[in-house]
Design a binder for this molecule. Sequence first.
Ligand SMILES: *Cc1c(COP(=O)(O)O)cnc(C)c1O
Length: 419
Amino acid sequence: MSAPTDKNVSRPATRPATTIVAAGRRREWTGTPGHPGAVVNPPVWRASTHLYPDMATLRAHPGNEDGHFYYGRRGAPTQWALAQALTELEPGAQEGGTVLYPSGVSAICGALMTVLRPGDTLLLTDNAYEPSRAMARGLLADLGIKTVWFDPMDSEAFAALCPGARAVLLEAPGSLTMEVPDMPALIGAAKAQGLAVLVDNTWASPLGFAPLAHGADISIMSLTKHVSGHSDVMMGSTTAGAQWYRPLRLKAQAMGLVVSPDDAAMMLRGLRTMGLRLEKASANALALAQWLSGRAEVAQVLCPMLPGSPGHAFWARDFTGGCGLFSFVLKGGTARARDALIDALTLFGIGYSFGGFESLATPVDPAAIRTASPWPRPRKDGTREEADRFAVRLAIGLEDVADLMADLDKALAAWSAAR
Ligand SMILES: *Cc1c(COP(=O)(O)O)cnc(C)c1O
């Protein structure tokens, strides 16, 4: 389900905080022909059947085109408004558009199915989200598509892998281990060899990093996280320029993917406050990351916004914002002690997500899934310890940071007692 860029948007170019308020609110989607723009939000258009006033209209109808009533699977104004809003937020997408998917994973799948054919080679970053890795090992392998993994922090080795490959899937930062690669270097190397460049931009959102403006072809997002912001709805998106938007849309239509108007309305509601939430969550996360990096129990804090964290200099150079998601590695210890730490937290839920208003904690074991780059990472002092295997990922929400700090302080004491 998708909408092309509205060429008739008459607003002047605005800064992101303004765009996020106004984007997608086309007057014909928020009113009636007699009173366009009558309400703030597009109504929830629940529709499978779309009706035509007469046969002449059906015959003359632009039909299978975006942003026109045709049939439920093509969406209606609620979904079009969300797609349009995401396009307006993505620098570089203005001649293209956004396709919506039922989940972030289906958006990744839709993008990969669009750019790859049997016999192709995909380059996949070693810090990728685990379901992306599983897709490469399963679905793509079954289709005769080969995957080559690479260390996202070694741009030169990556450039050597590009000749002959069809596409690359990047993530910045990796959503478990949080290292920020040199995105302009990776994208530049891939484009020099004609690869399609896909970026899973879920961590940063377009407010924090602009993949298309940096030369990438397709920007992918799990809207489930920051756009929803309230942990109660799932969706994904791909946003692209003129070259890839139509192929993405046709592939999604061929797979019969739809998103419900109710879910789209919830996403639009979440989107309007995303900038504010990201600012608060990032500030909370950075304060906690700084505090954790001074703790004796902690070997390393992996937080893009924190000076000294892997790839921080690239984050500072290329990104315009952060978010609440980061990890920290414990100094030695056991899996049982880490469980004790997480169980001792009272203000953090235990759950695999982020981007909600509430804080979460989960164990992460990157050593088990990495194939092309070393783990554990070096300690704060530069030494590398095999014992530093146990990491915790925190998704920081909108709580008062002093309360979160006190909760983590208690949990680190529980870890020390259990190790
Ligand atoms: C959550 C997530 C996804 C998948 O999104 P769903 O909406 O849960 O399917 C993809 N990539 C990253 C980086 C994620 O964090």
